[in-house]
Write a protein that binds this ligand. Structure first.
Ligand SMILES: NC(=O)c1ccc[n+]([C@@H]2O[C@H](COP(=O)([O-])OP(=O)(O)OC[C@H]3O[C@@H](n4cnc5c(N)ncnc54)[C@H](OP(=O)(O)O)[C@@H]3O)[C@@H](O)[C@H]2O)c1
Length: 356
């Protein structure tokens, strides 16, 4: 296929458009329509030189997130129609190959990572690719002592944990927290961070294998929530209710979790792995004067100073051993469909990575 007939960009949402730019080809996983994992296609795409404010990153590890599945399926969230072909993904690490005009704080040879671009993460994708151009103000330098794979496995999930812990509820000694799906990507970071700050962690898990992984990362009590009633189990362990619930599951867990919370406790729903939380009666909160919050990570990381401060804190937690980044499995980039099947089939723990 002639280069001109190929897509002009690595992110389906942006058209570079200029004739003859590019000049290098790279490989990407793209979709031409919403659908199942079979919609993922391994294709050649054009890679123009980095434009003003951009750096070209040769990616070495790409983080997989549940939002990639949602974007592939057609999304829970999309406000605008997707522009096909669309390259999935929001998160990766790699090495800077070149920088465009005006870039001063990042240079060729730097090890870098990113999670999210300037827009909402579910609108502004493009990471499932070997090499791409990224706005330099979205990059963070990866410090010594943190590998590319760790960085790609931790940044988006870590930013989400950072948003919850730094902005919504900072666990402390004496607190008891319930974390749903505690062996998953965000859950396992929240668990270790809450333990590091002195809290007791109860965590729901989908299998005994996941329970072992959660316990190995500090979870005090695991609850097999597909077999047992998690409200009853939680109240046995924390009779007055927990101080906070961190919930990335949504539909199957959120409303029931109101019964796990102590008076004046906080419920944070940050994800929808089982589907959206259905509309519910606000009056339900009155019984325990419970607060609820539904954070979105893009609102936290859009500001570059906040984003880089959060990244620095996360890297330091890894370097000091407070956070162990669990890489559940790695896949070749071209095998992204298998990774999506594992994620949707609930066969994954920790973070999954694609390796270009
Ligand atoms: N608010 C934000 O800005 C933000 C940021 C990052 C992530 N998120 C969202 O947070 C949620 C968790 O993210 P993550 O990275 O921790 O997820 P993940 O590693 O992909 O894990 C999702 C887990 O959810 C559980 N689950 C429960 N019901 C499920 C179902 N019907 N289908 C598939 N999985 C189901 C499974 O664990 P068990 O087998 O243990 O039940 C599964 O392993 C996702 O919905 C993600 O989109 C939101």
């Amino acid at each position: 296929m002639p280069a001109a007939a190929l897509a002009k960009c690595v992110n389906g949402a942006i058209a570079f458009g200029a004739e003859g730019v590019g000049d290098t080809m790279t490989k990407a996983i793209r979709i031409h329509a919403n659908g199942g994992p079979e919609a993922l296609r391994w294709e050649d795409v054009e890679l123009p030189p980095p434009g003003p404010g951009q750096a070209q990153v040769r990616q070495t590890a790409i983080g997989i997130n549940y939002s990639d599945v949602n974007v592939r399926r057609g999304g829970f969230y999309l406000k605008q129609k997707p522009v096909f072909p669309l390259t999935l993904g929001n998160e990766a690490a790699g090495v800077v190959a070149a920088v465009g005009p005006g870039v001063t704080d990042i240079k060729a040879g730097d090890r870098v990572a990113y999670a999210g671009m300037h827009g909402e993460f579910y609108d502004d994708t493009g990471a499932y690719v070997q090499s791409r151009n990224v706005f330099a103000d979205r990059l963070v330098n990866i410090p010594d002592g943190v590998s590319d794979q760790q960085a790609a496995a931790m940044l988006l999930k870590g930013f989400t944990a950072s948003l919850i812990i730094n902005k919504l509820f900072t666990p402390k000694k004496g607190d008891t927290i319930l974390i749903h799906t505690v062996a998953a990507g965000v859950g396992i970071i929240l668990c270790q961070w809450a333990k590091h700050l002195g809290a007791t962690v109860l965590g729901t898990v989908g299998s005994e294998d996941k329970a072992k992984i959660a316990r190995a990362h500090g979870c005090d009590h695991t609850i097999l929530y597909r077999e047992k009633d998690f409200v009853e189990e939680t109240l046995k362990l924390a009779p007055g209710g927990v101080d906070a619930v961190f919930d990335g599951v949504g539909k199957d867990t959120f409303v029931k979790s109101l019964n796990c919370t102590r008076p004046f406790g906080l419920m944070v729903n940050y994800g929808n792995a089982s589907g959206h939380v259905p509309p519910f009666e606000l009056l339900l909160l009155a019984k325990g004067s419970v607060s609820i919050c539904r954070p979105g990570v893009s609102s936290y990381t859009r500001d570059v100073v906040t984003m880089r401060k959060a990244a620095a804190e996360l890297f330091e937690l890894v370097r000091t051993g407070a956070l162990r980044i669990e890489i559940g499995r790695t896949y070749k980039l071209e095998d992204a469909a298998t990774a999506h099947r594992d994620l949707e089939g609930r066969n994954a723990s920790g973070s999954l990575l694609l390796l270009p």
